[in-house]
Design a protein around this ligand. Structure first.
Ligand code: GSH
Length: 337
């Protein structure tokens, strides 16, 4: 396996990585292949499988694109791991990644844990980065990609010939909007998506506070962006709007990337990750809340949301009911389990 280079816009991208000593630095993803005709991974039906976990916001992005593009299981099948790690947790000597169990089996390899998937591709694979999402080729038993940004691009456009007309027509990353989507990513990825992790895993209290301030500064900016986008939509007689003001009636990759971490904010990051200056539901973020609810109410998006599971996953109960407490106290009225 070649050494991983950072994939632009996500994990390990040097332009979006924190520079401070003691800051949480996410490594580049180890598998980065495309699905392209004439290559080792051509677009073919009954060939690809997406492993996800419902707690994970990075997986949630892929799942939403899969649903919005109406990708059938016969083109990319999907399954979830169980909501806990196998054996010892992250960082332990026998760390083996996410578990599969009777309720959440691995339908492709019948693996016990995600490490087995990585070992199937590379028998000498170690114990770092046994992460989901994983886009897996059932035919060659190789991993196509374990980078959520790349998996998002693949699902958005590399399998279009195998999709129905509506799925084919939907482009969440259209050429004219790319500069705006990429620009939004430079605000939202380091300060919100990855920003919440930078708060949780900062090594020093001062750094933690600095990272926390960054999250809330970015939330204020997102609130202002959505307010402007809504005003533009109203001026043009449109009801719908997204983070990119020019995305017309539709949503774009910018919305899909922001949604998973914002829908988890009050139930997961405010509580478990101590991004706790205020909640999104505090009254300070009416436009974020309206946009969140509208995104959530899209049937394709709603079916991908298992926020109760995410809440349980982040607020690990150590016999103290922390998960249930976070769910009861902080969830929005319209948010179902
Ligand atoms: N390289 C991945 C990282 C995704 C990630 O961090 N996934 C977490 C769950 S939220 C995970 O599976 N962690 C387990 C591990 O890294 O071994 C990406 O950016 O898409």
């Amino acid at each position: 396996m070649a050494e991983a280079k950072a994939f632009a816009g996500g994990a390990g991208d040097p332009s979006l990585a924190p520079t401070q000593a003691g800051a949480f630095k996410r490594g580049a993803s180890n598998f980065q292949n495309w699905i392209t005709p004439g290559t080792a991974f051509p677009p073919e039906p009954d060939r690809y499988h997406l492993y996800i976990n419902y707690t994970c916001g990075w997986c949630h992005r892929a799942l939403i694109i899969h649903a919005l593009k109406n990708i059938p299981q016969s083109v990319v099948s999907v399954s979830s791991t169980a909501n806990y790690f196998w054996g010892g947790g992250l960082g332990s000597d026998d760390y083996s990644g996410w578990a599969f169990d009777a309720e959440n089996p691995d339908p492709v390899l019948n693996a016990k844990h995600t490490r087995e998937i990585y070992l199937t591709d590379s028998p000498d694979y170690g114990r770092r980065q046994l992460s989901v999402p994983i886009l897996f080729d059932k035919k060659t038993r190789k991993i196509v990609s374990n980078d959520n940004i790349q998996i998002g691009y693949i699902l958005n456009s590399c399998l279009d010939d195998l999709l129905d007309e509506e799925g084919r027509k939907l482009d969440l990353y259209p050429e004219p909007l790319r500069p705006q989507i990429d620009e939004l990513n430079t605000l939202i990825y380091p300060n919100i998506n990855d920003g919440v992790y930078r708060v949780a895993f900062a090594k020093e209290p001062d750094l933690k506070e600095q990272m926390r301030q960054n999250v809330f500064k970015a939330l204020a900016e997102v609130e202002a962006i959505l307010e402007k986008s809504k005003a533009k939509a109203a001026a043009e007689g449109r009801e719908k709007y997204g983070l990119v003001a020019d995305s017309g009636d539709g949503i774009s990759l910018a919305d899909v990337r922001a949604f998973p971490h914002l829908i988890r904010f009050d139930t997961c990051y405010f509580t478990a990750f101590k991004c706790n200056i205020r909640r999104l539901n505090s009254g300070e973020y009416p436009h974020i809340m309206e946009w969140l609810q509208r995104m959530y109410m899209m049937p394709e998006v709603k079916q991908t949301c298992k926020i109760y599971l995410a809440c349980m996953g982040y607020n690990r109960d150590h016999g103290d009911g922390a998960g249930e407490k976070a769910w009861k106290e902080e969830r929005y009225e319209w948010l179902e389990a």
